[in-house]
Design a protein around this ligand. Structure first.
Ligand code: HEC
Ligand code: HEC
Ligand code: HEC
Length: 280
């Protein structure tokens, strides 16, 4: 009776052969690289040292004296990066000069855009919604939404123009520039099964097991992000800012950023950002 629903076994095998490579490919590239990571004894040793020192940082609210630099609310997004299983939303602390800027960038650039940059593959970058009704989906760049009215400032208005609110590149709050490989996001959110599995393993793990997990998760990652100029420069850039929606005026602002110029000029650890030097 159900004959019309039966699939011929040969046809079934052909179907399987066609779709199998796709299901393997559908894994986010970062996960694939973690699963294939080869860890040396030295990596493991270093990782064990770090894990022994690692402390979960608690942000203390309601301090008796209100801190000078504190936002009234911690900004969180509906979709949480996998990295926040162990790192804070503003994860940069060590480099006193750049940490504020890197933390600022983390609000509109995915961790993986800066930290996952395998040399062997070419990735593209798109806006991914971390918040709102389309959380988890790709977003069109702002420019194509047609809601920018751009008028280059006249020279005499330049002073006023400085204080005009700049239109952000992000098409909506919480959107982040994220890497894609073969049209699939490279990164993981906290709720993906692989991320959940790591979270559970980490929770109950011994120090040695944690060292192994840490080493594997970070084997495909770069310790540092790209140099400022990799995104703010004009040549050989990591991001195609035009495709991400930058108008010619926005592109000019991003490529002539004074603070970036400072970072290019001052490399020594004890160089400090000073207003008079910024104005040079
Ligand atoms: C299961 C916990 C865990 C997850 C998930 C995790 N990290 Fe880490 N990460 C650590 C620990 C532990 C260290 C060691 C330093 C410390 O204690 O913070 C570390 C260190 C780092 C460092 C410093 C360099 C190094 O390798 O020691 C970077 C960069 C980093 N993580 C980025 C990331 C990014 C990006 C993600 C998401 C793709 C991520 N981490 C996910 C636990 C984690
Ligand atoms: C715009 C690029 C950029 C983005 C986005 C970014 N990082 Fe980083 N990250 C860096 C650079 C550069 C360093 C090297 C230290 C520095 O300059 O602050 C770094 C260092 C780190 C470190 C080492 C510890 C420390 O205090 O510096 C950790 C951990 C880390 N990043 C985690 C993350 C996580 C988690 C995210 C996402 C929430 C993220 N990063 C997003 C560029 C970036
Ligand atoms: C992965 C790419 C990337 C890297 C690396 C990067 N930036 Fe940026 N940065 C951007 C983008 C994109 C914007 C524009 C955001 C916008 O206009 O909405 C930006 C904006 C800025 C702004 C302006 C923020 C504002 O609100 O006006 C400053 C300042 C800045 N970056 C400094 C730096 C410094 C300093 C470094 C290096 C230590 C750096 N950036 C590295 C991508 C990057």
């Amino acid at each position: 009776m159900n004959k019309q629903y039966k699939i011929h076994p040969v046809f079934m095998i052909i179907l399987l052969l066609i779709f199998m490579p796709y299901s393997a490919m559908a894994k986010p590239l970062y996960q694939l690289h973690v699963e294939q990571a080869e860890i040396s004894d030295q990596d493991l040793k270093k990782s064990l040292k770090q894990v022994k020192k690692h402390k979960k940082i608690k942000i203390i609210d309601n301090l008796p004296v209100p801190p000078f630099h504190k936002r009234t609310t911690q900004q969180t997004t509906q979709k949480q990066p996998f990295c926040l299983t162990c790192h804070l939303a503003l994860p940069h602390r060590n480099d006193e000069r750049s940490r504020t800027f890197m933390n600022m960038h983390s609000r509109y650039i995915a961790c993986e855009t800066c930290h996952f940059r395998p040399e062997t593959v070419t990735m593209t970058h798109r806006w991914l919604a971390y918040d709102g009704i389309d959380a988890g989906n790709v977003l069109s760049p702002r420019r194509t939404l047609g809601n920018i009215v751009e008028k280059p400032p006249e020279t005499e208005q330049k002073h006023k123009a400085q204080f005009k609110k700049q239109v952000p590149l992000a098409p909506q709050p919480g959107a982040r520039i994220s890497p894609f490989y073969e049209n699939i996001p490279v990164l993981l959110f906290k709720e993906t099964p692989f991320a959940q599995k790591i979270k559970m393993e980490w929770k109950d793990a011994s120090e040695n097991q944690r060292a192994d997990i840490k080493a594997r998760l970070h084997a495909p990652l770069k310790k540092k992000g790209p140099a400022c100029n990799k995104c703010h420069g004009k040549n050989k850039t990591l991001l195609d800012l035009k495709t991400l929606g930058a108008t010619p005026a926005q592109l000019k602002i991003i490529q002539s950023n004074t603070i970036v110029r400072f970072f290019e000029r001052f490399k020594k650890k004890d160089d400090r950002i000073r207003i008079n030097k910024l104005l040079q």
